[in-house]
Structures are given as C-alpha cells and as structure tokens.
Design a protein around this ligand. Structure first.
Ligand SMILES: NC(=O)c1ccc[n+]([C@@H]2O[C@H](COP(=O)([O-])OP(=O)(O)OC[C@H]3O[C@@H](n4cnc5c(N)ncnc54)[C@H](OP(=O)(O)O)[C@@H]3O)[C@@H](O)[C@H]2O)c1
Length: 313
C-alpha cells in the first residue's frame, strides 16, 4: 500500500530515445518484464525477450511489434532452470548481435515448493541468482565492448526478511528448505552480486553500470505459489495491496534507461519505488558476503558447467 505514496522520481514519459540500443530482458513474457519490453521498444530499442515459453512469448513479441511499430523485437529461448539453456542462449545471442547495451535480469520465481533445477540446484536460488550470474558472465565481454552499458538485477524488499547467514553449503538441501527464507536469500544474492560485480568493474575502470532494485509490491503472477491464498484472497491482495505492473516497471526502467545513471555515476546501488535510492539491509549490507557469494557461485558453475573457465573479471 505504501508504494502508492512513494515519491515519483521517474515516469514512462521520461524514458529517453533508445534508438541504436540493444537490450535483453529476462522473464519478459509477462508481468513487470513485459512492461519493460513494451516501453523500451516504444522508444526504439532493439529488445530481446529472453523467456522459456516459446508460444507465449512469440505472441507477446507480435503484440509489442503491433503496438509500437518497432520491428526490432526478438525472442531467444532461455530457461533459467537449465544452465545448458543459458549457454545456448548466450551463443545464439552472440551469433545474431555484436553489441549489448542493457541486460535486465528480471525473471524470477517466488516461494515455490522445493524443487531442484536440471543441474541439481534449489530452484529459487538457481533461477533468481545462479542462472542470472552465469548469463551475466557469458555476456560481460559484449557489455564491456558496448560501453556505456548497464546491468539491472531485479531484487526485492524481501531481502529484508530476517535471516542470519546465507548458509550456501546447504542451500540445495531439502531438509533445510524454507520457501520464504530461500526467496529472501535469492533476492539478497541479487544485491550482493551487484555490489561485488561493481567493485570488480570499478577496479578495471570499466564503464558498465550495475544496479539492483525492488520494483514494489506489484500485481502479477509472482504470488502464484503463496500457500493458502484462494482466488478471492489473491484478487484482494492484487487490488488492495499492489501497484500495477506499469508502476512496478518504473524503477528498473529508470536504472536501465535514465541518463541520470551515467550523469550521476549511479553504480552498485539499490533502488526502490519510484526510482529512489535506499541502503540494502541485513546480509545484503554485509562487507564480506559479496565475495563469499561470488566465490561460491564460481565454484558451483565450475562443478556444473563443462568447460566453464571462470568469470572474465
Ligand atoms: N511482483 C512483485 O510484487 C515483486 C516484488 C519484488 C520483486 N519482484 C521481482 O520482480 C521480478 C519480476 O516479477 P513479476 O512480478 O513480473 O513476476 P511474474 O509475472 O511471475 O513474471 C516472472 C517472469 O519470470 C519468468 N521465469 C520464471 N522462471 C523462469 C525460468 N526458469 N526461465 C525463464 N524465465 C522464467 C516467467 O516466465 P513464465 O511465464 O514462463 O513463468 C515470467 O516471465 C522477479 O524477479 C521478482 O522476484 C516482484
């Protein structure tokens, strides 16, 4: 409810002309990601919808082309529950495009029942953190060759939910699974990853701007796994508590497109509705944890992906 009253520092009308820019948006078949794809296409951006469901996404691609008149709207299949799919996505992208200016790591799953990804990683951690980390590492050389470029990692205020440690060694253990805490941990990882990647890019003097955001409490399909919520409960939740997907898209559209990001050197930050900076809390604010997560994810990828040579930074 509070999101309604947040200060509005950005609006759809403020998205600049994006002609000549190329963007990838994960999870853009629906919800907040779909709004981002539509509005960025409207401003002339070449947009690649990185989604798992081909049939559903191809319909969205046609809708966006028809509404915006922009024919540079593309689909490349990406299933974040399969690291092999991430590898293939990056190969396909690089075969079609030479530049990448905006990587919007938006796809996510919340509070799902315990499941393992194809690679044996707990599914919320796998989708929300590991696959997006891997995707970013595969695309980082292209982003660095397209500077100034941007990465936006879509986190959540759920990172505030109290837990003491990430306990990464047992993250995929069904006996230790708590769907709420695991969601909170995966969204904490989005912020920790943003901080560590920024530190490394800064050390290199690279002009890739990496930031994280909470989109707001948004009416979307994300709440599908919340237990005990019946259709009336879901209707009331969406109507009374949530902002629209259009408003929910604003904060990440700001980080992905606003000239403020380069002009004010906005890097390694966490933004909340509507385009207001905030300090991350809890584990996401700790000093040692970004590197701890980075090293854990690197080792995990080396174990799970044949031929992964490590982060290019
Ligand atoms: N809605 C909120 O209140 C809220 C609050 C805080 C943060 N967020 C974050 O905002 C982001 C967008 O959420 P939303 O509200 O727009 O949710 P949504 O409507 O459920 O959309 C999520 C998107 O992620 C995709 N996705 C899920 N698993 C995937 C996988 N394995 N491979 C590829 N794509 C996958 C979905 O594809 P399918 O259609 O194929 O499932 C869908 O396109 C998420 O990262 C979420 O954590 C949302």
């Amino acid at each position: 409810m509070l999101d309604y009253f947040a200060k509005r520092n950005f609006s759809i009308e403020q998205i600049p002309d994006l002609s000549g820019k190329i963007a990838i948006i994960t999870g853009s078949s629906t919800g907040i990601g779909k709004v981002c794809a539509l509005e960025m296409a409207r401003k002339g951006c070449t947009v690649i919808l990185a989604c798992r469901n081909q049939e559903k996404t191809k319909t969205v691609v046609e809708e966006i082309k028809a509404e915006t008149g922009n024919q540079n709207v593309d689909f490349i299949q990406l299933d974040l529950l399969k690291l092999d799919s991430v590898t293939k996505f990056a190969q396909e992208f690089k075969s079609r495009y030479t530049h990448l200016h905006i990587l919007l790591n938006n796809a996510g799953v919340m509070m799902s029942p315990f499941a393992l990804s194809e690679d044996g990683i707990e599914s919320q951690f796998a989708t929300n953190h590991v696959a997006h980390y891997y995707l970013t590492m595969l695309l980082l050389p292209v982003l660095e060759g397209s500077t100034p470029s941007r990465i936006v990692n879509v986190s959540s205020m759920a990172h505030n939910i109290h837990f003491k440690k990430l306990n990464l060694e047992t993250i995929s253990d069904p006996k230790k699974y708590n769907r709420t805490i695991h969601y909170a941990k995966s969204k904490t990882c989005n912020i920790l990853f943003t901080r560590e990647l920024t530190k490394r890019l800064e050390a290199k003097g690279s002009n890739v701007f990496v930031n994280a955001n909470h989109p707001g409490i948004v009416a979307s399909d994300l709440s599908r796994h919340i237990v005990g919520i019946n259709s009336l409960g879901s209707y009331l939740y969406n109507k009374l508590l949530c902002i629209s997907a259009e408003d929910g898209a604003l904060t990440q559209l700001y980080l992905a497109t606003s000239p403020d990001v380069e002009n004010e050197k906005i890097k390694g930050k966490y933004y909340v509705p509507f385009a207001n900076v905030q300090l991350p809390k809890g584990v996401a604010s700790q000093d040692d944890t970004p590197l701890e997560l980075w090293n854990f994810t690197e080792n995990l990828l080396k174990e799970k992906v044949n031929g992964y040579e490590g982060a290019p930074i």
